[in-house]
Design a protein around this ligand. Structure first.
Ligand code: PLP
Length: 489
């Protein structure tokens, strides 16, 4: 295929060149009506390139096949049978992917270190989750994706399960043995879905961890805005084999997706594919060298421990590590990752990608250059000195790993939609959660609806909030109260 072409970008360029006058959405009419104060901040070009697909990028009957051609090029670029763009982020794509494999009331194996969008999918879609617990790494206080044997055991216990959803890489860059899990799933005749929101770059360099399609997954969802070069909300479904029907996927996507897809998202997805086919290897090569250099320099700083491949990859741990994720444990500085992140933003204008109790993380992409590298390294050097002056906040009381495996007492959907009440934190122990509670980032729920809340988790979350943890999805983000399933008197 001719990868020098970019059908969406070309259609957009033609649209602008022709100067079509539109009497339909968007109402700003390619910027004619935009308030200049808005244009001053976001630029007029954003509005000029904001057009509908029908009677915009393409004609009324989509006879030019603009989007189809762009999607075919994407599939060809990454070696998938089919690719579909979504403009609603992977938060929606994972729900669609789940729905394409298991309908309401059907069972689906789900890795419990899932992003909150997966838990939301369980609630909305009404699938019956069969949780496959990740490996909790007590030393690092992090979860690694489940291994093939964990999946095999669950499939043996639940032969009626319709498939498995694996999350890899995690936000911390740790990767699952996708090939091993795919083999197990296929031996049981079910498809493997991979939530590869953090892995859009993986297909474009052979030295990066293997990506889902190459490892034999059936359906892979990526967020190109995370590690790639398209704008926010850009997500792609990739399909291969015949365990998931493209027709079913499209029809179920249509249940959830927007009817007003963003041409900006499509155009930037199209451009990213062309850029990666033409220069991906060289650009990612540069990014990998840069990340390696940053790792080496930062490893020499006192108090900061950079998570490396050799310590994290092995039996019971991760199967691989994305080298572009520089994950740094800052506990040696006497502060939490959250404090370090706040200090870096306030004092050095550096916004790290992730932060939790123990760590901060920086994603290095093809977009980084010598200047951003220098800024990051200088800021981290300054952090080492600055940490001493930071206030000592109350410690987050991290639970022992088994305490995080909560008992599932109700179906998430029933618990979420059923009658609920608020109880004080101390009274929440032993009660069934009627909400999702996800410290952010990374947005992996500690509590999902239907799970029985235990004392360790309450203590962890409450001490986390006291320390400065953000919990945006809890009904009461202060966690003085918990939303639980009502008791019938
Ligand atoms: C593993 C994982 N899946 C899905 C998502 C949702 O992706 P998006 O932000 O594109 O909606 C995220 C977001 O952080 C994620 O970390």
């Amino acid at each position: 295929m001719d990868h020098s072409r970019a059908p969406v970008l070309e259609a957009l360029q033609d649209f602008r060149r022709r100067g079509d006058v539109v009497f339909g959405p968007p109402g700003h009419k390619q910027g004619r009506g935009v308030d200049p104060r808005v244009a001053e901040v976001v630029g007029l070009d954003v509005f000029r390139s904001d057009v509908l697909t029908l009677n915009g990028l393409d004609d009324r009957r989509e006879s030019q096949g603009v989007l189809d051609r762009a999607q075919e090029l994407m599939a060809d670029a990454v070696g998938a049978d089919r690719a579909f763009f979504s403009t609603c982020g992977s938060s929606l794509s994972v729900k669609t992917a789940m729905l394409a494999v298991a309908g309401p009331g059907e069972k689906l194996l789900l890795s419990r270190n899932a992003h909150k969008s997966v838990i939301a999918g369980v609630v909305v879609n009404g699938v019956e989750p069969v949780w496959v617990h990740p490996k909790f790494d007590a030393e690092r206080h992090m979860a690694h994706p489940p291994e093939p044997d964990d999946v095999r055991r669950k499939l043996e216990e639940h032969p009626d399960a319709k498939g498995m959803l694996l999350i890899t890489p995690t936000e911390g860059g740790t990767c699952a043995d996708v090939a091993g899990v795919a083999e197990v799933c296929h031996a049981y005749g079910v498809p493997l879905i991979v939530d590869e929101a953090w892995g859009a770059h993986l297909p474009f360099h052979p030295d990066l961890p293997v990506w889902g399609i190459d490892a034999g997954a059936d359906l892979v969802v990526t967020s190109v805005h995370k590690m790639g070069g398209a704008i926010e909300q850009s997500s792609v479904f990739h399909l291969q084999y015949d365990r998931v029907s493209p027709e079913v996927l499209k029809q179920r996507e249509d249940l959830l997706g927007t009817t007003s897809a963003s041409s900006l998202v499509y155009a930037t997805l199209d451009g990213w594919r062309r850029q990666m086919v033409e220069r991906g290897r060289e650009l990612l090569d540069g990014a990998m060298h840069r990340a390696a250099r940053i790792r080496k320099t930062v490893s020499e700083l006192p108090g900061i421990a950079v998570m490396g491949h050799d310590e994290i990859v092995g039996a019971g741990l991760a199967a691989d590590l994305d080298p572009l994720k520089v994950v740094m444990d800052v506990r040696g500085l006497g502060v939490s990752g959250m404090q370090a992140a706040e200090w870096l933003r306030t004092e050095r204008r550096v916004d790290v990608g992730g932060s939790d109790t123990c760590r901060i993380s920086a994603s290095i992409t093809h977009a980084d250059d010598d200047e951003t590298e220098r800024v990051l390294v200088d800021a981290l050097r300054a952090l080492v000195d600055g940490a001493e002056g930071m206030e000592r906040r109350p410690r987050v009381r991290l639970p022992e790993p088994p305490a995080l495996e909560l008992e599932q007492a109700r179906l998430p959907r029933d618990a979420f939609f059923g009658e609920a009440e608020h109880v004080a934190a101390k009274d929440a122990v032993g009660r069934i959660a009627a909400e999702t509670i996800s410290p952010y980032p990374p947005g992996v729920p500690v509590v999902a609806p239907g799970e029985v809340i235990n004392a360790e988790v309450v203590e962890y979350l409450r001490s986390g909030v006291e320390h400065g943890m953000l919990i945006p999805d809890a009904a009461d983000p202060s966690l003085e109260t918990f939303r639980v399933v009502a008791r019938h008197r």
